[in-house]
Design a protein around this ligand. Structure first.
Ligand SMILES: Cc1cc2nc3c(=O)[nH]c(=O)nc-3n(C[C@H](O)[C@H](O)[C@H](O)COP(=O)(O)O)c2cc1C
Ligand code: SF4
Ligand code: SF4
Length: 489
């Protein structure tokens, strides 16, 4: 069977193709020959880049089918299109569809169209960021013709999918998760017997993640893995739904002390403590550092959170109480804040986690003070391709931002800037000739930073600079007819 994806440039065929190849490893990709030069960082393995004379030789010797010129470059399919038992996948230009069907009428063609050209423009210019403005305009004009071609040949397609902003936002809604997962389908012995050696054979370091709720089980697991040469243990003591059984261990310093004492009794391998966001996060992390933790991982899932099935009027999650852990994109700003706070309070490294799904998120985490990052929800929802996309985008970032030599240059960059932000908060400016001394703004100030000085005739307003937090509330409440206090930021 041959699956052919057809649609204009930027519509998302490449993304779907990558997902299919990742999820179904038995799918083979058809190989194309092209005279288009190889682009730096290009990952596609389905194109062979050749000179024009070689391409012409292949055409003359009949080695290529579906030859075509696109944006000034020649393309030709190097393989036959005849029906076979293999499952093969390719992108196919709409102009080539009829020709392809003549060779193999069983092709499963899927078309992608859009009538939202602003969206296509956005995708080409912001998301792909590989073409100039003129090239993008040209691609949009060509896209309109290609979409017409697809719609005209609709009967050849198994399905024609319309891509719109609405389909985008539904994808974004799925970037977060509420979970109450309790166990693992893969028994831990599987990791001991096979998983660890498989990872080690790749040359990567290996960190084993364990639960630190049941101290004896945790120590027994460490004893079992320690002989395999583990680089570190990450011990999570809490996740948002585990409180139902174990209580809120995330803020239990006594439990943390017992854990560290027991674990240090059985191993000398580095111990990373994984915490969830809480009001006591910094205190717990400091405690872990004082007790000899080698790194802090933050944050585990946040919550509990809840969703209700409005048809049954019951919680969507089946756990007692209906609460689960919130993860994914929704928690990224909280996770980033946690890392920023921890980086200012600790000397041990921090592993940033929570909602990371793009290279920009990774960069923000590093700038906030993380020395490494973890992802769960994004690859769980979108597949391992997320890692490839992030590393590619990171390479692009460093190619453009030449002031940074490597990721290490980014770690903790924001710390000083953020402190300056607190201490150099611009103060509001009182315009004395306009101020009536009515005092309304003093009630709005939650920081006791405004004081009315009683004077005969007209009160004066003073800003107590040490207290002012630059929240701007006073500027907002001064009646517009007075407009007597201004922001200076
Ligand atoms: C379905 C699911 C299961 C999880 N199981 C564990 C677990 O067993 N141990 C753990 O430390 N964290 C677990 N987590 C938390 C993740 O490791 C991660 O800390 C959290 O989801 C935040 O990162 P993310 O937004 O990238 O997913 C789980 C998360 C999800 C969504
Ligand atoms: S900016 Fe905020 S903190 Fe400062 S004086 Fe105005 S209300 Fe008070
Ligand atoms: S700044 Fe505005 S609200 Fe505040 S005392 Fe003066 S006039 Fe009143």
């Amino acid at each position: 069977m041959i699956i052919a994806l057809s649609g204009p440039s930027g519509i998302g065929k490449g993304f779907i193709k990558e997902q299919l190849l990742q999820v179904y490893p038995f799918i083979e990709e058809l190989i194309w020959l092209t005279t288009r030069p190889f682009r730096p960082n290009e990952q596609h393995s389905n194109r062979i880049h050749v000179s024009l004379p070689i391409f012409n030789q292949c055409v003359e010797s009949g080695e290529l089918v579906l030859t075509q010129k696109i944006y000034g470059h020649h393309y030709g399919l190097k393989e036959d299109l005849l029906p076979s038992s293999r499952v093969r996948l390719t992108e196919l230009h709409p102009d080539n569809l009829e020709k392809a069907f003549k060779i193999n009428p069983t092709i499963l063609a899927i078309g992608f169209v859009t009538f939202d050209f602003a969206l296509l423009h956005k995708r080409l210019s912001i998301l792909r960021n590989t073409e100039s403005v003129a090239e993008i305009e040209q691609r949009i004009a060509v896209a309109k013709i290609e979409i017409e071609t697809i719609l005209r040949q609709r009967s050849l397609f198994a399905s024609v999918i319309e891509v719109s902003e609405a389909s985008e936002s539904s994808v974004f809604d799925q970037d977060s998760m509420l979970n109450c997962e309790w166990g693992n389908e893969t028994p831990w012995r599987e990791w001991q017997d096979h998983g660890v050696s498989q990872v080690k054979n790749t040359g990567c370091s290996i960190v084993i993640s364990l639960s630190g709720r049941d101290l004896d089980s945790c120590c027994n697991l460490i004893r079992s893995f320690d002989k395999l040469g583990i680089d570190a243990y990450e011990i999570n003591i809490f996740c948002s739904h585990s409180g139902v059984l174990h209580g809120n261990l995330n803020v239990d310093a006594f439990h943390l002390q017992q854990l560290m004492k027991k674990v240090h009794g059985v191993t000398t391998t580095p111990i990373w403590i994984k915490l969830s966001y809480s009001n006591l996060l910094v205190q717990m992390a400091r405690e872990a550092e004082n007790l000899g933790a080698d790194a802090i991982v933050c944050t585990n899932s946040i919550g509990p959170g809840m969703l209700i099935d409005t048809k049954t009027a019951k919680p969507k999650l089946g756990i007692k109480g209906g609460g689960g852990g919130v993860t994914g994109r929704a928690i990224f700003p909280i996770a980033l804040w946690c890392v920023h706070q921890l980086s200012q309070a600790l000397t041990i490294p921090i592993v940033g986690c929570g909602g990371i799904s793009t290279a920009d998120h990774v960069i923000q985490m590093l700038m906030a003070g993380a020395s490494a990052v973890q992802l769960y929800t994004a690859p769980a929802l979108k597949g391992p391709v997320v890692f490839k996309r992030i590393t590619n985008s990171l390479q692009n970032f460093f190619a453009k931002q030449t002031e940074y030599a490597s990721v290490t240059d980014l770690i903790g960059l924001i710390a000083n800037k953020a402190r300056e932000h607190v201490f150099s908060s611009p103060l509001p400016v009182v315009i004395e000739e306009k101020c009536t001394g009515c005092g309304v703004c003093t009630y709005a100030c939650a920081f006791d930073a405004l004081e009315l000085i009683h004077r005969p005739g007209k009160n004066a307003l003073a800003v107590i600079t040490d207290n002012c937090n630059s929240c701007n509330a006073c500027v907002g409440v001064c009646p517009p007819k007075f407009n007597a206090i201004e922001e200076s930021f």
